[in-house]
Design a protein around this ligand. Structure first.
Ligand code: SAH
Ligand code: SF4
Length: 385
């Protein structure tokens, strides 16, 4: 047991070292000022200490930055003018630049954000058609290393990880676009009230930055999103799943897509490293899962490939005993994609088998397909330097 855990820890260290090489350039701007967004509390305190300011200033700034959504020091009324000016000389409260914003006929809105080095990533706001709220789908990387066969992002090689500031910044800039500041306290509802880490990239191959960003959005004195309002989707980076569960406690979504190793090896190549048996074991021990907080298995419906009744029965057998629901995602095509979407009849049949076994199995209505904003359609023209 402990030997196995040591191995997992060694694997985690290896993954963290390898993925850190893709981290973004430093936070300083061309003029030498530093971006305060994306710093954790300790780093913010240290930045202020370096200019002779006491720790309570960090608390004030945190409130302005993450609760009020302020980007302009001169509007911070609890801070005296001379200090406002001193801060503005040294720091900025940055946002990624919204290079393109498109709104779908179904009200889904896609942002192409451009970061300071010119790299870009997409973010999608998906309003709930029934309730007055919605989810912000955030990217964690520019491109992806994993090349899942059905995924548009997977056709773009990994350019780099997004930094914590860029990850939080996507959410903050999306909120700017809807005028959604200050952050709600208690009852005040907000449209942008959940985060799904389901955009471009594999969040568990950029764990440090994703974790830092999520801790910032969960901080009770700022944006204050509960961990229950955040879902991290992974294609199955098994050693990092435990760590995310312990440290962040967010909801987990697992991109399953196939129930046999031979097929999953082909369409989710990461399966060759972490096969189904290990993936399912990691789901069974995921610390933040319970009957109240089920693991979501995502299953893209690919015509005549993974959509048979036998597949559905195998799926139930595989996830038996896990507090789970299954999201059936009709395949979203993209230019040049090699697959077709399963027929409605096949999807319904599959859904019924899974539901009859006691798992909720909603068929996800594609959102924002007209602007290539649906699951798996995101891609940018990343340039490798
Ligand atoms: N890298 C992470 C998160 C991003 S993808 C992961 O793979 O989980 C978000 C979801 O969209 C994943 O379940 C992914 O498998 C799915 N997806 C990818 N391409 C798709 C497509 N063309 N149609 C439907 N879903 C797709
Ligand atoms: Fe990467 Fe997820 Fe797309 Fe696979 S499905 S290529 S892991 S973004």
């Amino acid at each position: 047991m402990s030997a196995a855990l040591d191995l997992t820890e060694a694997e985690r260290v290896r993954i963290l070292a390898k993925t850190a090489r893709f981290n973004p350039p430093t936070a300083a701007l061309a003029d030498g000022r530093r971006d305060l967004v994306g710093l954790d509390r300790a780093e913010l305190i240290a930045e202020l200490a370096a200019i002779g300011e006491p720790a309570f200033r960090a608390k004030q700034l945190w409130h302005w930055i993450y609760h009020q959504g302020t980007t302009d020091f001169s509007t911070m009324s609890s801070i005296a003018r001379p200090l406002q000016e001193k801060l503005a000389e040294r720091f900025v409260i940055g946002r990624p630049e919204a290079a393109i914003v498109q709104t779908s006929t179904d009200a889904t809105r896609k942002f192409l954000f451009r970061f300071r080095d010119g790299q870009e990533a997409e973010t999608v706001y998906i309003p709930d058609p029934v309730q007055e709220r919605g989810a912000v789908c955030i990217s964690s990387q520019v491109g992806c290393t994993l090349s899942c066969r059905f995924c548009h992002t997977g056709t773009q090689t990994l350019v780099r990880n997004l930094g914590a500031a860029e990850i939080v910044g996507q959410f903050m800039a999306a909120r700017d676009s809807y005028g959604e500041w200050p952050s709600p306290r208690g009852e005040t509802p907000r449209l942008l009230s959940t985060i799904v880490l389901m955009g471009m990239g594999e969040p568990l191959y950029n764990y440090e930055n994703v974790a830092k960003a999520m801790k910032i959005v969960m901080d009770g004195e700022g944006i204050a999103l509960s961990r229950r309002r955040i879902t991290l989707s992974t294609s199955g980076v098994v050693p990092m799943m435990d760590r995310a569960g312990e440290e962040l406690g967010v909801n987990l979504a697992v991109s399953l897509h196939a129930v046999r190793d031979d097929l999953r090896d082909e369409i989710v190549p990461l399966n060759r490293k972490y096969p189904l048996r290990e993936l399912i074991a990691a789901c069974k021990r995921y610390p933040a899962a319970s009957n109240a907080r089920r693991i979501t298995f995502e299953y893209v419906m690919l015509k005549d490939l993974n959509d048979s009744e036998a597949d559905a029965h195998e799926l139930i057998r595989l996830i038996a005993g896990i507090p789970a629901k299954v999201n059936l995602i009709p395949f979203n095509p993209w230019p040049g994609s090699p697959y077709e979407t399963s027929t409605g009849q096949k999807i319904d049949r599959f859904a019924k088998i899974v539901m009859d076994a006691g798992f909720s199995s909603p068929v996800r209505t594609p959102r924002g397909r007209d602007i290539l904003a649906a699951c798996g359609q995101l891609r940018t023209e990343g340039v490798r330097k």
